[in-house]
Write a protein that binds this ligand. Structure first.
Ligand code: 5GP
Length: 209
């Protein structure tokens, strides 16, 4: 069975990663979203099993001990993790996966699993990132400061990512991510079966002359 491709998308908060990922799933229905586990509470409109598997901190910690996660991190006081089950079940069945994971987790995935594509989303400028975070309006000045400090740390990780998307315009950013996906699926390693069939047909035709 042909293995699926996985694309890991990271970005500092405020860069627009969630919108890009949501649109990407709409325009590429063959890609499935990798549903992470988290100990944080669901936000309005979030659905258990679709946006996250919402579990208690106790269950999360038990799962960590049992080796359930490819990677997990503590982020803003909550636990987030990607399960082996989510990744392997899909990839081994030939499904392509889109992961929304921050850089520490993404790095662990890169170390542990081969064949992924790593994409970092940036806002047009640091000033714009600050403006977007303040525009959200639901966070205190201190929380915004913490997010900006975390953004500074995350930006240092950009060096090992495969692709970078500047999210100035949502439509263009989604088009770039879709182009990355299309190009990656044209890699020879994904097309061995098709190439072999092509060669076989070619050989049997040659044999006929
Ligand atoms: P939020 O709480 O806003 O949904 O997500 C907060 C951060 O956690 C985002 O940067 C998101 O990329 C990250 N995140 C979501 N799922 C995972 C995961 O499974 N592993 C890691 N390492 N980060 C995750």
């Amino acid at each position: 069975m042909k293995q699926g491709l996985f694309i890991v998308v990271s970005a500092p908060s405020g860069a627009g990663k969630t919108s890009i990922c949501q649109k990407m799933l709409e325009v590429c229905p063959k890609i499935k979203f990798s549903v992470s586990h988290t100990s944080r509470k669901p936000r309005p409109k979030e659905i258990n099993g679709r946006d996250y598997h919402f579990i208690s901190r106790e269950v999360f910690k038990k799962d960590i001990k049992e080796g359930y996660f490819v990677e997990w991190v503590e982020n803003y006081g909550e636990l987030y993790g990607t399960s082996y089950k989510e990744m392997e079940n899909n990839i081994k069945r030939g499904k392509d996966l889109l992961l929304d994971v921050e850089p520490r987790g993404a790095k662990k995935i890169k170390r542990k699993l081969k064949g992924g594509v790593f994409v970092f989303v940036l806002p047009p400028s640091y000033k714009e990132l600050e403006r977007r975070l303040r525009k959200r309006g639901h966070e205190s000045g201190a929380a915004i400061k913490t997010r900006l400090a975390q953004a500074q740390c995350e930006l240092k990780e950009i060096s090992w990512y495969d692709y970078v998307i500047f999210n100035k315009d949502l439509g263009k950013a989604v088009e770039q991510l879709r182009s990355i996906y299309i190009a990656e699926k044209c890699r020879r390693r994904f097309l061995n079966e098709e190439i072999n069939n092509f060669m076989k047909n070619q050989l049997s035709k040659d044999g006929g002359y």
